[in-house]
Design a protein around this ligand. Sequence first.
Ligand code: ZN
Length: 434
Amino acid sequence: MKCDDPVAHGQYRCRCGIVPPHMLEAIIKNGDAEQRIAAAQTLHLTEQMRLERLSLVGEAGPAQAADETAGAAHKSRKIYTAANGTGLPGNLVRSEGQGASGDAEIDEAYNGLGATFDLYNNIFQRNSIDNAGMDLIGTTHYGVKYNNAFWNGSQMVFGDGDGKLFNRFTIAIDVMGHELTHGVTQYTAKLVYSNQSGALNESVSDVFGSMVKQYALGQTSAQADWLIGAGLLAAGVKGVALRSMKAPGTAYDDPVLGKDPQPDHMSKYVNTTSDNGGVHINSGIPNKAFYLTSIALGGNSWDRAGHIWYNTLLDTRLSASAQFQDFANLTVDNANKLYGATVGNAVVQAWQQVGINVAAIVSWQNNKAVLSTYTSPHSMNAWAYIQDNGWRKVQSLTPDGVTNTFALLVDAQSVNARVNVYLDGTTIYQAYSV
Ligand SMILES: [Zn+2]
């Protein structure tokens, strides 16, 4: 299954569902006749929707400007039913402020979209997905026994599930936070939905989806289960969720669904052409970095770790084609700016535990950047370059030969000079002088 045609259709837009292609393909391979038909229908409907979207004309990406024109918080939910058809959005069944409908799927969608709005608005001062108060639209009862939920570029869609492998898709609040966050990414970083930038796109959705759940339940990082889609797998399925941020690769191991393929470290990075280059697979690596950061900082995930990730998502230095290393570098820089060196170094440690090395500049004094002592996993040479009058090598570093720990001073001749630190040919840190 292809998620979307990135060239013809806005590279950052994704209409993939919460159930990744590798799970649907496993069902088609291993399931009984009924399960195979349902999985094939799910794949078919997703493809049909892709083609419908492709036929829309003039669908330019949303204006970035919307992000800068946030008005008063505007919470407006509209929940529809497709009545087991596939027309969108369907019939309106519950609008903002109206009482419960008595239909579990409709009411869970209403509550989940509300919880997502609340986290973004109360904690990150974000006024809905576009930061300009757009309506939150959800269509329930999509298709027949449809085993997926997705963000289609402008609204959410929920299937009922087949009841044998998956329960109704509104059952997991983090699934709604995940899908709506694809909308937030669409309006901000526009991370290209393939390979590492696509896995970052997926990971950001898991990070904020999990935070929506933790915030709604009032859980600290230590109390949270860090699962994505808990409750979604039907009784009898061998697994607890779709993914685990705490322990990627352990969420399920089932005769029909297969085994959770997520790696938890760069040494296990999965190179594949399926799933848009493993976007739902390698997202386990940055997912675990967020989990480790949250645990290290203590308290609630949204207290500090969430702000570090949110500021990184909005950071204009984060390119649409960002790699894990780029994202990691910016989280450390944002952590330093928001909370200082101790927190910055906690983020460095979190990334290092998943195999991504970042050095942290801890302070700038008289145009000298003081890098934290940096412990490398092996003996290496590092260089620092600075871009003020062109690129200039400012310092060579050699490890002490025992612990591979070193410190670095960088001289900057001007403000906003870019500093690149290279380690074994890879940029491990970028910063700008102040
Ligand atoms: Zn997703």
